[in-house]
Design a binder for this molecule. Sequence first.
Ligand SMILES: *[C@@H]1O[C@H](CO)[C@@H](O)[C@H](O)[C@H]1NC(C)=O
Length: 352
Amino acid sequence: MKLSIALTAGLVASATAAPTIGAIFDKILNKLSLDQIAKIRGGRYIGTATDVWIMEQDAPYKKITTSNEYSVWTPENTMKWETLQPQQGAFNFTEADKLVSLARKTGKKVRGHTLVWHSQLAPWVEAGNFSPAELKKITKNHVQTVARHFRGKIFHWDVVNEVFNEDGTLRDSVFSRAFGEDFIEWAFRWAHEADPHAKLYITDYNFEGDTPKTKAVTALVRKLKKKGVPVHGIGAQGHFILGNLDGEGMKRTWKTWSDDLKVDVAIAELDIRIPMPATPEKLAAQAADYETVTKNCLAVKRCVGITFWQWTDKYSWVPGVFTGEGAPLPYDEDLKRKPAFDAVKKVLVAGK
Ligand SMILES: *[C@@H]1O[C@H](CO)[C@@H](O)[C@H](O)[C@H]1NC(C)=O
């Protein structure tokens, strides 16, 4: 159409064929990394979970992990309680320190993950049958020793992780059995005292819809903020199953957190798993789901960024945990970009 006008209409042709400023801008954006585009389109970040031991044995993986595609790293496993304090009082920061140090060297910020979580907890915490008073001391010591160790080097902490059941009630754990929900408030106050600069998050899965669970965290965060508890953000993990996204409910919920609760929203552990094998049709549908999540983040004022839970299928946790499912990330096992990568990029370039 444009071409035929150009051929027949002389002067008009140059005006019609000339790319618009917007098109030129998009072309420039397309040459940038996901993180760079997200920064330009609203000051957001793109991050990834990783751990240094993987980078040490896989140079091509390290090259992309340390590249400017991502500006935020979350340690996938090396800051969990079982790793940091495997025996009572015996802290081991070796692997976590390596991650923070490499992150700083390569210009990445770090989302600390996670201070209080019932899972990947060192076995001694439950096995000790501690009194509530003892357990409170142990928990405070863990939170503050870890937060103090990394003070000033962590930009977000996932302070408490997965404290709810699907019906919105408090999950049963060694912590909730001893303290009810009080440990949540304490953990935020302890973490803030130890590292006043870190933004503090409450994080969970199925935090991406309009459900009893998301209503429960909305009510809890409202209550905590009213009491002056330093809670700054809600982390939606974003572990999805292909085709199972509630796009509208997700956006509604995140907007409530952003605009009504006035807390930041981070997509903290994004992956979208596929029933294997991953056919071209399923990869296209997965790309559409990635597009929905990215668009929803851009539509939410205080959505600060998106972190993939690893960026390549080669190192995803999914196949090891969900039998018959896999391929949940924007790069395949050969570190090649998938349609999901292009979909995220397209949305970021468009800025909506
Ligand atoms: C601390 O962790 C490192 C890395 O996993 C390990 O090599 C080292 O043996 C640990 N140190 C102690 C005292 O257990």
